[in-house]
Design a protein around this ligand. Structure first.
Ligand code: ZN
Length: 442
């Protein structure tokens, strides 16, 4: 899968870097040849939204298990979110702490987001200089006490600072006020019913927050990115911002593209995430927004926890941790639904590799092109298989995709020219690097 499209080709790799892409008959004699047969050879996936949770909540997930899952899923670079780890990545000392925890444990390349929280505006510059790829902020409760959400005013203050640095601000865009207004449904609704949870996080929360982020990006001139967009109602303010020339992008996630609120069984807390999975008509509009470019990319928002915190035994949506574990399945889940809709695999790889690499300035990732890292996904898009959570590499065998049929198998994953996953197994040792944001053009 070259930048010009899918065609028979040979990818030449030297010292971990792509040298050239040629026809098969231009392979020099004496070359070590890996024949991918009729599989697709694509750039390794770049997942810019992963919660690794180490240090501090390593029992939820960790660098070793998360990057094994990533490698098995064809992901060669991930960006770790600043929260759920303790300490959260809101100051340079915390970033250093996290880097020490990750060192030597990663099977793929890993970079880091910083966090923008109330009171750390003066840390943003140093975190930026220390190499984070951007800053995440929440406009609603983050789910963990140590990572507070910002008000619109605080977000504007942080984004003004980040605009001066040319740094990207990524926002969890649900409006706290709208969610607070909807909170009464927990008192009257059945806490085991998915419909109760869905009603507690209405479309208006996303619409309102995306409109706020667009207005702040407009006023500050900063670059903003809306994380995990679920509600199609929020596409309108995104499109309006694009028409006004505001630097605002957005991602969605495999679960919003694949799942249907109407089919989520009551008590099935593995499906709980925020914002929530919505109905079929909403899902169709998200696919249309990917096709027309309103949504730029697909990221997993992998956010696992131990099974007991998912309240699987009681099925109580009020108590369950909100987060979906899907790092290893993101491609299979997205492709299954893309293929059924007649979407090409070039589009899917574009959303899951090229566009995310561009968003965060990973200039050597996201495309099979000379000079780029030889990060390769070798993939058979055809076979159907059934998800078995216990066979996945992430730490706990919980995922909403358990038992679901999906399409497409990762045959092998290469990181800088070396296999890190092949024939159904991780190939050690952990040679992933810890990445820092590159200067523009660097
Ligand atoms: Zn997240």
């Amino acid at each position: 899968m070259t930048p010009d499209g899918l065609r028979p080709a040979a990818v030449h790799v030297h010292d971990g870097v792509i040298d050239d892409i040629t026809d098969h008959d231009a392979i020099p004699s004496g070359t070590t040849l890996v024949d991918a047969g009729s599989d697709v050879v694509a750039p390794g996936l770049v997942d810019v939204h992963v919660h690794v949770n180490e240090p501090g909540r390593t029992e939820w997930e960790g660098f070793a298990s998360a990057t094994r899952a990533a490698a098995a899923g064809g992901v060669t670079t991930l960006l770790d979110m600043p929260l759920n780890s303790v300490p959260p990545t809101t100051a340079v000392a915390a970033l250093d702490h996290k880097r020490r925890a990750a060192e030597g444990r990663c099977h793929i390349d890993v970079g880091f987001w910083g966090g923008a929280v109330p009171g750390n505006v003066d840390d943003l510059h140093d975190l930026h200089r220390a190499g984070v790829f951007g800053f995440k902020a929440f406009l609603a409760d983050s789910g963990v006490d140590e990572f507070a959400h910002v008000t619109g005013e605080q977000l504007e203050q942080a984004m003004s600072r980040l605009a001066d640095l040319g740094a990207l601000t990524a926002v969890h865009a649900e409006a706290a006020g709208v969610i607070a207004d909807a909170a009464a449904v927990w008192a009257t609704g059945d806490p085991g019913a998915y419909a109760t949870y869905l009603a507690s996080r209405p479309d208006e929360a996303e619409w309102d927050a995306v409109a706020q982020v667009a207005a702040i990006a407009h006023r500050t001139g900063g670059r903003a990115h809306v994380l995990h967009l679920s509600s199609a109602s929020a596409l309108a303010p995104l499109r309006a911002a694009a028409d006004d020339g505001v630097a605002l992008t957005a991602e969605t996630c495999p679960h919003y593209l694949a799942l249907d609120a109407g089919l989520i069984p009551d008590g099935a807390t593995a499906f709980k995430c925020a914002p929530p999975i919505r109905d079929l008509a909403n899902r169709d509009r998200l696919w249309a927004a990917l096709a027309d470019g309103t949504l730029r990319l697909v990221a997993s928002d992998h956010s696992p926890c131990p099974p007991e915190l998912k309240a699987l035994d009681t099925g109580d949506f009020r108590r369950a941790w909100g987060g979906i574990a899907s790092l290893q399945l993101a491609l299979a889940v997205t492709w299954t639904h893309a293929q059924a809709r007649g979407v090409t695999c070039e589009d899917v790889i574009g959303w899951m590799s090229t566009a995310p690499a561009e968003l965060v300035g990973l200039h050597r990732k996201g495309a099979l092109a000379p000079g780029n890292d030889a990060d390769l996904l070798i993939w058979d898009p055809d076979p159907m298989w059934v998800v078995d959570a216990s066979a996945l590499e992430h730490r706990h065998p919980v995922t909403p995709y358990q038992g679901m049929p999906v399409r497409g198998r990762v045959t092998a994953t290469y990181l800088r020219g070396r296999a890190v996953y092949a024939s159904g197994a991780i190939v050690g040792p952990a040679t992933g690097r810890l990445l820092s944001r590159e200067a523009r053009g660097g």
